[in-house]
Design a protein around this ligand. Structure first.
Ligand SMILES: Nc1ncnc2c1ncn2[C@@H]1O[C@H](COP(=O)(O)OP(=O)(O)OP(=O)(O)O)[C@@H](O)[C@H]1O
Ligand SMILES: [Mg+2]
Length: 247
């Protein structure tokens, strides 16, 4: 069901100030898992690298998307730092005609990232099991908390353990480390070859390897996100990977 009007579109940001933590992988797979027939989903690629856009352009994903052509505006930096640029971003993201807009951010701080945070209904921050990833998560959370101060509360955050090798002690410890930030910790995503291979052929894991562990992890994360967005009851999932969403 499409949104009755633009204001009803919920906006979910996937971001981190760390490169390569799996932002685009989580954004694309989550968007596809959430486009399960009960809601329409549009993926918005705000990263000039265009990874999500290329994935979409392969033409196999069950979602639509849009990329913001930042390069064509006479200098990305000038554009995003201008009041006009931020206004255009707000207009473009708000004009998404879907129940859910999932926005994939670039890995650096910019006015566009800050503006996107002021629009978000929910922020997902993927974080790997390394000291550098956890430290980048702290910095990303600082930005979110600044947005909260401006907005007076929202957006909620889900910290998502990403690219985790569950066999290592660091992998097993990441949920506990993230819990110390005092935010929601979502179900984790393992380091699995299927995530990289599916990107290579332009599919999401539900198409490329239905029923795989990677697919199951994404579905469990999608159920968690739905619950936080207030859309649907959560799926059951293993207790060891569970953190309770706030009401
Ligand atoms: N869970 C995973 N398991 C295995 N490989 C993964 C996983 N998540 C991401 N990758 C791989 O890691 C690389 C970086 O992933 P991705 O592009 O999703 O990260 P990103 O945070 O969006 O990067 P950037 O900061 O450059 O935008 C890609 O090659 C991707 O296939
Ligand atoms: Mg990316």
């Amino acid at each position: 069901m499409a949104a009755a009007n633009e204001a009803m579109t919920k906006k979910l940001i996937v971001g981190s100030l760390k490169g390569g933590v799996g932002k685009t992988t989580v954004a694309v797979n989550l968007a596809c898992a959430l486009a399960d027939g009960t809601r329409t989903v549009v993926l918005v690629d705000l990263d000039a690298q265009g990874t999500a856009t290329e994935w979409l352009e392969a033409g196999h994903l069950p979602i639509t998307g849009q990329g913001l052509p930042l390069e064509n505006t006479g200098g990305v930096r000038r554009w995003v730092e201008s009041e006009q640029g931020v206004k255009r971003l707000v207009e473009q993201v708000l004009s998404v005609d879907a129940d859910l807009g999932i926005i994939d951010l670039p890995p650096h701080l910019s006015a566009i990232a800050a503006a996107a945070l002021t629009l978000a209904d929910l922020v997902i921050i993927p974080c790997g099991a390394s000291v550098a990833d956890v430290s980048a998560t702290a910095k990303t959370l600082d930005l979110v908390r600044r947005a909260r101060a401006i907005r007076g509360g929202d957006p909620p955050v889900i910290l998502v353990p990403s690219r985790v090798d569950w066999r290592t002690s660091a992998g097993r410890a990441i949920e506990g480390a993230l819990a110390e930030f005092g935010e929601l910790v979502g179900p984790g995503i393992g380091q699995r070859i299927v995530f990289a291979d599916s990107l290579g052929v332009g599919e999401w894991v539900g198409q490329y390897a239905p029923g795989s562990a990677a697919h199951s992890e994404i579905e469990v994360l999608a159920a968690f996100v739905s619950e936080v967005l207030g859309d649907k009851p959560p799926l059951a999932r293993p207790k060891s990977r569970r953190s309770r969403p706030r009401a």
